[in-house]
Structure formats: structure tokens, C-alpha cells
Design a protein around this ligand. Structure first.
Ligand code: NDP
Ligand code: MG
Length: 390
């Protein structure tokens, strides 16, 4: 039996992971499940999968969690330190599916104990790519990408010589506002930004898809994970979301990964790697689909894409600043403090203001320095948003 843990078990990726694991209970011994506010779901899954420990991120929910697990023999715990402790428990395979920068520390802990880390939490690579890749190397641990585009690139590279790769093309559906005018986007509400045409995902990543911040994070994630130069990375709008990525080789060949927009493919690929096993996803009927469409992204409507390349060019702590400012700006948008287009403006202003502090930008990358930078960038984002409100 393989020992597995799922961080962010109550979310969209976490629930899809549980769906796959619960189909084959004989094969998995579940160590830790973690969640946030949805303790009812956490309790149901911890009992069903007979986890050793269930952890909520929020200490004020510990009493409820403990009461609900009473008599089950499952440990209850709460808070960020308890999540880190759960990540240090030996496991063969760990799903990193907490949303946001909170996913970084437990991912590092899992790598330190040598687990294979299935990485859905793209923010880990964006904020601290060299730290997370370096930790994996130092502890001989493996990271497998779960983001669909990166899983697609990873699959396209199997058996290939990376030196022969010229381009990595990741696709974008275009999100909720792909056919909206800039004027309409400026007025968009959180409810409008929270519905995705093709994928069923958590609210934050769905809004990030509408602003293309999700794709911007993925451009950075591609560079950090595959170690390629950022000018090899292209974004292509593909409204059908069936081709997830393409790898372009020096002989002109483009290898495309095609599949239904169902995260259980990428999750299952990481779960079964290095084997392929049968997965419960739709088999595409291409004759019925008939055609695929492509276009270049509109860089004026989606400044996040330009910012991603600027962040990669500048390097250092800029990824951590970019992500933290983006997370805070998204909070601001959800709370009605700023408009949809002001999210990118906030992030750009924070990057510009913090760029003068070269000591901070070029500091040695540790969990502490990344956390401090993250904290400061959130404060700067709040300042920028407050300036607009006065
Ligand atoms: P969800 O919002 O659906 O789930 C997030 C999970 O994190 C939940 O379990 C949530 O708990 C938990 N959580 C929330 N806040 C905290 C916190 N402060 N500390 C610890 N745990 C917390 O997100 P998704 O599943 O959509 O996304 C998860 C990650 O995977 C993100 O990084 C996203 O970018 C990435 N990803 C997602 C894809 C998708 O298809 N959904 C595709 C590719 C990548 P609770 O709900 O109980 O409050
Ligand atoms: Mg993706």
C-alpha cells in the first residue's frame, strides 16, 4: 500500500484526488488530509479514507473538528504549524493542493522527508521556484506537475532530449471574459468572473483565468519547473481547452497533448507515474468536435502576461512579490474595494515600488526571506488599493 497525504483535500483539486483514491482503497494508506473552513467535508473524507490525521488551517475550528472526529481514532489538529507537522509525516506521495502561498511551507516539508510531491499549488513555484526545486534535489525527492499545461509538457518531453526543445506553448481558454470589451471588463463583478466556460475549479483560480493572471503564473511555473529560458515560453488562446500544451522541437515538430478538460487526467497521471493506468475521464470524439481554434492573446487586455515576462527577466524575489500582490489584489476585487482591471494595475505598481529595494529583491532565498517579502508585498498592495479609494 502506498502512503499518501492530501493538502487542500476539501478543494476542487483535493476532491478530484480523493475521487481517484477512493476508487481503489486497497492501494492507498491515507496519512493526512488537510482543509480550511469546510470541516464537514474534511471529516467525511477522513472517516471514509481512514486517515491518520485531519487538519484544518484555522485554529478556531479545532473544537468542531475534534468533536466531529470523536470516537473515530483519527487525530484532529489545526493551524499552519499543524499542517507543516502533517507534511513531515512519512508518505510516499503527497498532493499539494492548498490555494495560494500558504501551500509553499507544507510542500517544502513533504520534499524534505523525501516524498514525491504532486504539485497543483502553482504559487509554490512562482514565489520560490529555486527554493522548491533545490529542496527536491537536496532530498532526492521528485516533483510531478499537476497543473494541466505542465503535466502536458511533462508528458510531451518523455523520452526526448531537452536540448532539442525550441518552444513550449501553453494554452489558455481565455476565461470568462474572452469576448468582452475592455470597458465591460472594467465593470465586471466577482460573480461574473467566477464562472469558467470549460473548467470547473476553485473560485480564486477561476477569477485568475478571467484576468489571465492564472496563465501568467503558469508562464513563471513553466520556467521554474522545466528550467528553460522565459523567451521559449508562449501562450496561445485555445477556447476549446482540449489541447493543453505543445512542445516545439528543433526539427519543426510540435507535439500536442490533447484531452478533455478534466483535472483527473493530470492528477491521475501524477498518481500513477511512471505507469499509465485507466482513468475515469471522457474519451474525446475528435470527428464530433470537428475543429479547434487558436489565437494570440491580446496583451492590452491581459497585462498580467507582460508582467510575468518582466518578473522572470528581473528574477530574485519578484515572483514572490508578483504572487503576493496578485493574491491581495484578488482579495480587494472580491471585497469590492477595486475593479477587475485594477488588479493588474495594483500588481504592477507594487512590483515597481518594491523594485528599488535591490537588497530585498536579491536576498538569498529561504522560507523566511520569501515569507517576509510576501508579507511586505501584501502590505504594499493594500497601500496601493487604499490610494485609489481616497
Ligand atoms: P480550492 O479553492 O477549490 O481549494 C483550496 C484548498 O485549500 C481547500 O482545501 C481549502 O480549504 C484550502 N485552504 C484555503 N485557505 C487555506 C489556508 N490559508 N491554509 C491552508 N489551506 C487552505 O482551490 P483549487 O482546488 O481550485 O486549487 C488548489 C491549487 O491548485 C491552487 O494553487 C490552484 O492554482 C491549483 N490548480 C487548480 C486547478 C483546478 O482545476 N482547480 C488546476 C491547476 C492548478 P476549504 O475549502 O476547506 O476552506
Ligand atoms: Mg493550468
Amino acid at each position: 500500500m502506498r502512503k499518501v497525504s492530501i493538502f487542500g483535500a476539501t478543494g476542487s483539486i483535493g476532491q478530484n484526488t480523493i475521487d481517484l483514491i477512493a476508487r481503489d482503497p486497497e492501494s492507498y494508506d491515507v496519512v493526512a488530509l488537510t482543509g480550511g473552513r469546510n470541516t464537514a467535508q474534511l471529516v467525511r473524507d477522513a472517516r471514509r479514507l481512514k486517515a491518520d490525521v485531519a487538519v484544518t488551517a484555522f485554529p478556531e475550528l479545532l473544537d468542531d473538528l475534534r468533536a466531529a472526529l470523536d470516537g473515530s481514532g483519527i487525530e484532529a489538529a489545526a493551524g499552519a504549524t499543524a499542517i507543516d507537522e502533517a507534511a513531515s509525516r512519512p508518505a510516499d506521495w503527497v498532493m499539494s493542493a492548498i490555494v495560494g502561498a500558504a501551500g509553499l511551507a507544507p510542500g517544502l516539508k513533504a520534499l524534505e522527508q523525501g516524498a514525491t510531491l504532486a504539485l497543483a499549488n502553482k504559487e509554490s513555484l512562482v514565489t520560490a521556484g529555486p527554493l522548491i526545486m533545490g529542496t527536491a534535489k537536496a532530498h532526492n525527492a521528485r516533483i510531478l506537475p499537476v497543473d494541466s499545461e505542465h503535466s502536458a509538457v511533462f508528458q510531451g518531453l518523455i523520452g526526448e532530449d531537452f536540448d532539442a526543445v525550441e518552444r513550449i506553448i501553453i494554452t489558455a481558454s481565455g476565461g470568462a471574459f474572452r469576448d468582452w470589451s475592455l470597458e465591460d471588463m472594467a465593470q465586471a463583478t466577482p460573480a461574473q468572473a467566477s464562472s469558467h466556460p470549460n473548467w470547473n475549479m476553485g473560485q480564486r483560480i477561476t477569477i485568475d483565468s478571467a484576468s489571465m493572471f492564472n496563465k501568467a503564473l503558469e508562464v513563471i511555473e513553466t520556467k521554474e519547473f522545466f528550467g528553460c529560458s522565459h523567451d521559449m515560453i508562449e501562450v496561445l488562446v485555445h477556447p476549446e481547452s482540449m489541447i493543453h500544451a505543445l512542445v516545439g522541437f528543433n526539427d519543426g515538430a510540435l507535439m500536442a497533448h490533447v484531452g478533455p478538460p478534466d483535472m483527473r487526467h493530470a492528477i491521475g497521471f501524477a498518481l500513477n507515474w511512471p505507469e499509465r493506468r485507466k482513468l475515469p475521464v471522457e474519451r474525446l470524439d475528435l470527428a464530433k468536435i470537428g475543429s479547434f481554434h487558436f489565437r494570440d492573446p491580446d496583451m492590452v487586455r491581459y497585462p498580467a502576461l507582460r508582467l510575468a515576462h518582466e518578473v522572470l527577466e528581473a528574477g530574485g524575489m519578484n515572483g514572490a512579490i508578483f504572487n503576493a500582490a496578485k493574491e491581495r489584489a484578488l482579495d480587494g476585487f472580491l471585497e469590492g474595494r477595486i475593479g477587475f482591471l485594477q488588479m493588474a494595475e495594483t500588481v504592477e505598481k507594487v512590483l515597481t515600488r518594491m523594485s528599488v529595494d535591490t537588497r530585498l529583491i536579491n536576498a538569498e532565498m529561504t522560507l523566511d526571506t520569501v515569507s517576509q517579502t510576501d508579507h511586505l508585498a501584501r502590505k504594499r498592495a493594500d497601500e496601493v488599493m487604499a490610494e485609489w479609494q481616497t
